[in-house]
Design a protein around this ligand. Structure first.
Ligand code: NI
Length: 173
């Protein structure tokens, strides 16, 4: 497994719509394993393939508690079939927005269909952190970022700070 570099906002590729996977083959399984390794190395709860520059509908998630063993979920072509009418607010972060967190309102529960690493169709119902993660990661596949759920003002502040940090980094490099 290989840790891959994560794209940091504002990077135009993060706004791309990712393509469906035709066949879950060895290349996709390697991508899934690399993404998990990359996510764990950065203490993330979820990662979409576009965050490592691959515009494919591939996601990994692990929301296990600090005292529980790892519980990775590998999702290919995930699709949200149902959103609960109940909503919840959760403080979200994103590996493409290091050190930024913001309250985002989403559906409290979702039902998701996807292909597992063997190409078999699976369905899960999720609530709480897993429901948040699933919605956040599927958004990535459509080029939507968690800051897109915030007000224009809040999003502007975050994006300007990130752009500034990036310029400073480019200068010192
Ligand atoms: Ni994210």
């Amino acid at each position: 497994m290989t840790i891959r570099p994560i794209l940091i906002a504002p990077d135009k590729r993060l706004k791309l719509r990712s393509n469906p996977v035709g066949e879950v083959d060895g290349e996709i399984r390697t991508l899934l394993d690399d993404m998990l390794e990359t996510m764990y190395a950065d203490d993330g709860l979820g990662l979409a393939a576009i965050q490592v520059g691959v515009p494919k509908r591939v996601v990994v998630i692990d929301v296990h508690g600090p005292d529980d063993p790892p519980a990775p979920i590998k999702l290919v072509n995930p699709e949200i079939l149902w959103f609960s009418p109940e909503r919840m607010v959760y403080e979200e972060g994103c590996l493409s927005f290091p050190e930024y967190f913001a309250d985002v309102e989403r559906a409290a529960e979702v039902r998701v269909r996807y292909l597992d690493e063997n190409g078999d169709a699976q369905e899960i119902e999720a609530k709480e952190t897993l429901a948040v993660c699933l919605q956040h990661e599927v958004d990535h596949l459509d080029g939507k970022l968690f800051v897109d759920h915030l007000s224009l003002v809040k999003r502007g502040i975050i994006m300007r700070k990130l752009a500034k940090a990036r310029r400073a980094e480019a200068k010192s490099a």
